[in-house]
Ligand binder design. Structure first.
Ligand SMILES: [Zn+2]
Length: 300
């Protein structure tokens, strides 16, 4: 891409905050902003003039202060013939203007009129547009980060998870998200009430014998529908093997949190009798839906 904005060929500036580390210089920021400058972020008095081709119109001050958030430095203004001021950035010895392309003539950048954030943002309308532009930039960065994660490596030849998690199928209990893990890290088995029947044993055997997983965690959770249904003696068409198994595990316990823990403990004890290799580590924990925390030390 060829750049035209004033200062694109100047020395590169670098982000001052880690959260913007992908924005390596002013040209990278220009690329991002080109995707998010819009009629909505344009100053109302210039909205008529804004087009996709002329997308820097009405974006100068909110852009310059956003640039300052990312690269530091100062914001200066060039007085315009219509009485307005056009903002640009000065960072150390580097001067650039990401929104210069809206003007046909070259502006006189003299660094005379420093602009204050307080003064510009005393107009709430402008401040809201600045927040919108900043939010759009952060959303774009997050989307890019997720995309990068998805294509980080070729995983087609083999899988090498370092742990196994057996959890409930509950849509609020997503092991990969709870443990902030990515592809090829966790071998996950999900089943209503995190109970282990024949089918689950087959998956567990595969994980242990063929993927060589040593750490097996059974992740129970609070407010579990299967545990609740079991306590209430509910019946279903095909649910009974699950509910009966939980019932057998928890006996007469009616406190659901306690029942979830006991159910987890009994299931992990059952697993220990099925897979007796000495180097396996079996563990269980409770995921608390209220606090979003995994509790390892709550024992009964
Ligand atoms: Zn559940």
């Amino acid at each position: 891409m060829t750049y035209k904005f004033f200062g694109f060929d100047n020395k590169d500036v670098s982000p001052i905050k880690k959260e913007f580390s992908e924005i390596k210089n002013q040209r990278v920021l220009y690329d991002y902003l080109s995707k998010i400058w819009s009629k909505e972020t344009c100053a109302p008095r210039l909205r008529e003039k804004w087009t996709k081709e002329n997308n820097t119109v009405g974006q100068c001050s909110i852009t310059a202060f956003l640039v300052q958030d990312i690269f530091g430095g100062k914001v200066y203004g060039v007085p315009l013939s219509d009485g307005g001021v056009h903002c640009y950035n000065v960072i150390g010895e580097v001067r650039f203007d990401l929104t210069s392309e809206q003007f046909n003539e070259k502006l006189n950048y003299e660094d005379k009129y420093e602009q204050s954030r307080e003064e510009h943002f005393s107009k709430d309308e402008k401040y809201q547009r600045y927040l919108l532009l900043k939010r759009k930039l952060i959303e774009l960065l997050l989307t890019k980060r997720n995309e990068n994660m998805l294509v980080k490596e070729d995983l087609s030849s083999s899988q090498e998870p370092y742990m196994m998690v057996i959890s409930c199928s509950d849509s609020r209990v997503v092991p990969e998200l709870i443990f902030n893990s990515s592809f090829n890290e966790m071998f996950v088995i999900r089943t209503a009430g995190n109970v282990i029947n024949e089918g689950e044993l087959a998956s567990i055997e595969y994980g242990i014998e063929h993927l060589n997983i040593k750490y097996i965690l059974l992740l129970a959770h609070t407010n579990c529908g299967a545990v609740h249904a079991s306590i209430k003696n509910e019946k279903g068409k095909y649910l009974d093997p699950v509910l009966n198994r939980i019932h057998k595990n928890i006996g007469n316990i009616i406190n659901e949190r306690e029942a979830s823990l006991v159910n987890a403990k009994k299931e992990i004890e059952y697993l220990k009798t099925k897979f007796t290799n000495k180097d396996l580590i079996f563990d269980y924990a409770l995921y608390d839906l209220k606090t979003n925390k995994v509790i390892f030390d709550e024992r009964i």
